[in-house]
Write a protein that binds this ligand. Structure first.
Ligand SMILES: [Zn+2]
Length: 195
């Protein structure tokens, strides 16, 4: 999936965050002036801006830019969309797969736009539950299909590396609107994504 690279960093934000990262490194007991760490505050400041760029992007605009009139009215599924996000409680990554389905109601959307909607919401401080709802509502409210379904399966670093240290647990969240609220439609979707 082609993505525009994120090269334009806000210099003021980069400088402010850089200064704070330098202090955090010192507070954690490191020598912020040793060679390997010299440029780390700036790199980390840029990485964090990249990972939270979703605040400055509009998922509705992305979907509306590629909606097409079409009479196809069977289920459309995009599964195994890669997900990388940051848990808002620990600012640690959670990552996994997103499965999306919708049943058109006069319009279809360019398939590459669905992973972009995922990225826009994922590149913010998140909880998996809200991320699921936001993706679901955005597609459902913008495309106005007969139904929308979203399933997210993710592993959370804050569980794996700290806290309960459950290294093989995954968290599954799901949301359904319209036709997918009917058990048989929902089951067909879950079967097609292998659940
Ligand atoms: Zn967490």
């Amino acid at each position: 999936m082609p993505y525009k690279s994120f090269e334009e960093y806000n210099m003021k934000v980069t400088d402010d965050v850089k200064t704070r990262y330098k202090n955090i490194i010192k507070d954690l007991g490191e020598d912020a002036s040793r060679e390997g760490l010299l440029k780390t505050p700036e790199r980390a400041a840029k990485a964090m801006q990249f990972l939270t760029q979703g605040y400055h992007q509009d998922p509705v605009e992305i979907l509306e830019s590629a909606m097409f009139k079409e009479s196809y009215n069977e289920m459309v599924i995009v599964k195994d969309i890669e997900l990388y996000s940051l848990c808002e409680h620990h600012i640690l990554p959670f990552f996994g797969k997103v499965h999306i389905a919708y049943i058109p109601n006069g319009h279809i959307v360019g398939l590459s736009k669905l992973p972009r909607v995922v990225d826009i919401f994922a590149r913010r401080l998140q909880v998996q539950e809200r991320l699921t709802e936001q993706i679901l509502d955005c597609i459902n409210d913008t495309l106005k299909p007969q139904g929308t379904a979203v399933v997210i399966e993710a592993s959370h670093m804050c569980m794996m590396m700290r806290g309960v240290q459950k290294q093989n647990s995954t968290t599954t969240t799901s949301g359904f609107r319209g036709q997918f609220e009917k058990i048989e439609t929902r089951n067909e979707f879950l079967k097609l994504i292998g659940k």
